[in-house]
Design a binder for this molecule. Structure first.
Ligand code: SF4
Length: 222
């Protein structure tokens, strides 16, 4: 959408501070099942799943972790096999060499610095090799302690379309969102945008006519 048109449309809807509450409420009602799609049974499995999910689908990760988590139960297990064996075990998730290296580095750091436990704080999570801010944000949120807002491709696109940010860079978008979204909603907010993005606000063909927030959206085509 041309920027001039978007600016004009932004003037037609209420300021974002007035819209954010209804946007969250309506998306929550429309996507009551919005939650992380990765399957895990412990903080360690969560961390591994999120690390494996880079550049692949959650379905693919779940398929791999179904058997992976039977073999690798503790951080030590990832270090007790040759790296090539771990690479083979995670091969279908792609980028298996980098991922295996990151997993082993992370497990070593967990053992040496965190008594083998997954930390909950973002500044500690990002000390783990191969764990960036996005992965740390996802893990912290799923552990019940969100300290930021996860910005993936759907969150980026929808935040921009909904006029909640004018930024392009994920870290700057996150900064705008944490100022706007009530802290109690930091955990579920990305899931709501992700599911709305998948089901309704498609990247190429947004279905504005079926969208529950079309009257609150400056990019609406209806
Ligand atoms: S009105 Fe259209 S562009 Fe706006 S959020 Fe809904 S589907 Fe996306």
């Amino acid at each position: 959408m041309p920027r001039s048109y978007l600016n004009e449309a932004r003037r037609r809807v209420a300021p974002k501070r007035e819209r954010i509450g209804p946007i969250i409420d309506r998306l929550a009602a429309a996507h009551a099942d919005a939650a992380i799609a990765l399957r895990f049974g412990s903080p360690l499995e969560l961390l591994v799943s999120v690390m494996l999910s880079a550049q692949t689908t959650d379905v693919n990760v779940n398929r791999v972790t179904q058997t992976l988590f039977e073999k690798y139960r503790r951080p030590e297990d990832y270090l007790s096999v040759p790296q090539e064996e771990l690479e083979r075990d995670i091969f279908p998730t792609g980028f298996y060499r980098q991922k295996a290296k990151a997993l082993r580095g992370t497990m070593r750091t967990l053992i040496e610095e965190f008594d083998g436990e997954v930390p909950h704080r973002i500044d500690e999570l990002t000390r783990l090799p191969g764990v960036g801010r996005k992965t740390a944000n996802v893990v912290a949120a799923e552990l019940g302690e969100p300290q930021g807002i996860v910005v993936d491709t759907h969150v980026r696109r929808l935040s921009q379309r909904l006029g909640l940010t004018r930024q392009e860079d994920p870290e700057k978008i996150e900064r705008d969102l944490v100022r706007l979204v009530p802290r109690a909603d930091w955990g579920r907010f990305p899931h709501l945008l992700i599911w709305h993005g998948r089901r309704v606000c498609d990247a190429r063909w947004p279905r504005c006519e079926d969208c529950v927030v079309s009257d609150l959206c400056p990019s609406s085509r209806v």
